[in-house]
Design a binder for this molecule. Structure first.
Ligand code: ADP
Ligand code: MG
Length: 346
């Protein structure tokens, strides 16, 4: 009996030692962080997290929430709330979340004088950028005719979207609402809230196709070092390095979803004033506390480009957005406080 017990204990102890060595090996490779990945919003979502709560539980909750948002706010899929609003000639009753995200998108449109325009769906669809998938976006492309662009442009514009706050209704009045320019930012905001509800002291970051939301400083003490990609370089080649321990950074570039015809690049960020892809910048990066602001304003800064830089550098910081703009000639333009984030000794 006693011998049997000793053998059982010895076997258990052996497995515990093996498990401990394995864990040491794993943590030796990734520090104290765990990594998770999923494909949502047509892009890879990566979570690097350290938490006293099971990191897999937190990541799963985040991915589930993001998939809910993807389904609910994909304007071009039958059955989504935006699809219903866009295809109705009448007022559509909406839930609180939908009302507030549409309201927020209209506010961001006003703040950027329409450079960020959630009422641009018909143009996005006409150009073929309505699919979340990048692959679909790069294969089967033709340039729409001038007439078709003009027609879609007359049925676009955030000013036409109406909200009835009392009865909780939205009316698109012929335009198609597209929240693609803030959805990832909103999803990152929700992800942050979920992570902090499950563990206030968790740290790490979440990356969603060109945008990062920081959960907390690296090892809870130092800045994360983040590269801003060279819009004409290979992945991994950077034009700037920033140091951040909180908040969000988002880059909008013409290299994300595009096709090239006769040496001209047609990409997924449209200038609402022309109906064509915006041409006055090749990338725009925003640092902000708020990931929704970072997302919407990066799209807007890209559209405003070099020509409207004076507006951008004057107005954007008032909404808590610091900007790094890369002009078509690859000149770098920065708002005053952006360079603070580029100092390694912060
Ligand atoms: P990415 O998705 O590459 O991060 P953005 O955040 O800039 O890029 O969002 C681009 C998406 O936003 C497009 O795919 C389209 O759905 C939508 N969009 C395009 N142009 C505009 C615009 N001027 N204002 C608002 N949304 C836009
Ligand atoms: Mg954006």
């Amino acid at each position: 009996m006693i011998l049997n017990r000793i053998v059982v204990f010895a076997v258990i102890a052996f497995f515990i030692v093996i498990a401990a060595i394995y864990l040491l090996f794993i943590s030796g490779k990734t520090g104290q962080y765990s990594d998770f990945e999923d494909y949502i919003f047509g892009t890879y979502i990566r979570i690097r997290i350290s938490s006293k709560v099971n990191p897999a539980t937190i990541s799963k909750a985040i991915f589930t929430e993001m998939k809910r948002l993807e389904k609910k706010f994909d304007a071009y899929s039958e059955g989504s709330i935006l699809y219903n609003i866009n295809n109705s000639e009448d007022w559509v009753k909406v839930d609180d979340e939908t009302l507030s995200i549409i309201d927020l998108s209209l506010r961001l449109a006003r703040n950027t004088e329409g450079a960020f325009d959630p009422g641009i769906g018909r143009l996005v669809n006409l150009w073929g950028f309505s699919k979340f998938s990048q692959k679909e976006a790069t294969s089967e492309f033709t340039i729409p005719s001038v007439d078709k662009i003009g027609e879609a442009a007359t049925q676009s514009g955030y000013q036409k979207i109406a909200i009835d706050y009392v009865n909780k209704k939205v009316k698109a009045n012929g335009v198609w609402i597209d929240l693609g320019g803030i959805l990832k930012g909103y999803a990152l905001k929700r992800a942050y809230q979920i992570a902090k509800e499950l563990d206030k002291s968790c740290h790490g970051f979440i990356e969603a196709g060109g945008q990062i939301m920081i959960l907390g400083p690296k090892y809870n003490k130092t800045n994360w070092v983040i590269g801003v990609r060279d819009p004409r370089g290979e992945p991994g080649e950077n034009i700037a390095i920033v140091y951040m321990s909180e908040g969000s950074i988002a880059t909008s570039g013409d290299y994300e979803r595009f096709f090239i015809v006769d040496n001209v690049r047609y990409h997924h960020i449209l200038d609402p004033k022309t109906g064509y892809p915006a041409r006055k910048a090749i990338s725009a990066t925003i640092i902000s506390e708020d990931p929704v602001v970072a997302d919407a304003f990066s799209t807007a800064a890209f559209v405003l480009g070099e020509d409207k830089w004076l507006f951008t550098r004057t107005v954007f910081p008032k909404y808590g957005a610091e900007v790094l703009l890369v002009t078509p000639q690859k000149k770098l333009l920065r708002t005053d406080k952006f360079s603070i984030y580029e100092r390694a000794d912060r």
